[in-house]
Ligand binder design. Structure first.
Ligand code: DAT
Ligand code: MG
Length: 151
């Protein structure tokens, strides 16, 4: 089953939206297989956002993501990588569709609430950056046959 990495950013935590955002993924039918709160070091933030190094917003991005605790998660399910990207909405919350997480909960691009891996390669990389294998739990959920035709 496919897995993706999701991070609830410091603005999400500070605005008490952690439960609301996690609920979006739970309600969809996806399964949380890893979950922790942590505060990113500068080194960790630089590694996570390596692809953005040198861009005009890079310093502000690293400053924000290290500014307070985040909630890191691994979510599992059919098509979860692309679906989470769709559920988050566009990077700029003002351009994100109203029903998406960023569309519902965000305004500024530098406070866009949530991070989600943008493809299979980044999902694998980001999951491994934040979680040891023994921190990911494989388990059966009782509602699986009501979410999937062929669980
Ligand atoms: P996404 O988070 O949708 O994958 P991204 O990977 O292009 O978007 O950028 C990572 C984060 O950097 C994004 O969530 C918010 C910030 N960011 C991106 N583009 C920005 C911009 N033009 N101005 C300010 N911050 C930006
Ligand atoms: Mg990205």
């Amino acid at each position: 089953m496919e897995r993706t990495f999701v991070m609830l950013k410091p603005d999400c935590v500070q605005r008490n939206l952690v439960g609301r955002v996690i609920t979006c993924f739970e309600e969809k039918g996806y399964k949380i297989v890893g979950l922790k709160m942590l505060r990113l070091s500068r080194e960790m933030a630089e590694e996570h956002y390596a692809e953005h190094r040198g861009k005009p917003f890079y310093e502000a991005l690293v400053a924000h993501i290290t500014s307070g605790p985040v909630v890191a998660m691994v979510i599992e399910g059919k098509g979860v990588i692309a679906a989470v990207r769709q559920m988050m909405g566009s990077t700029n919350p003002l351009e994100a569709a109203p029903g998406t997480i960023r569309g519902r909960f965000g305004v500024d691009v530098g406070r866009n609430v949530v991070h989600g891996s943008d493809g299979p390669a980044s999902a694998a990389r980001e999951v491994a950056l934040f979680f040891r294998p023994d921190e990911l739990i494989s388990y059966r959920r009782e509602d699986e046959r009501w979410v999937y035709e062929d669980p």
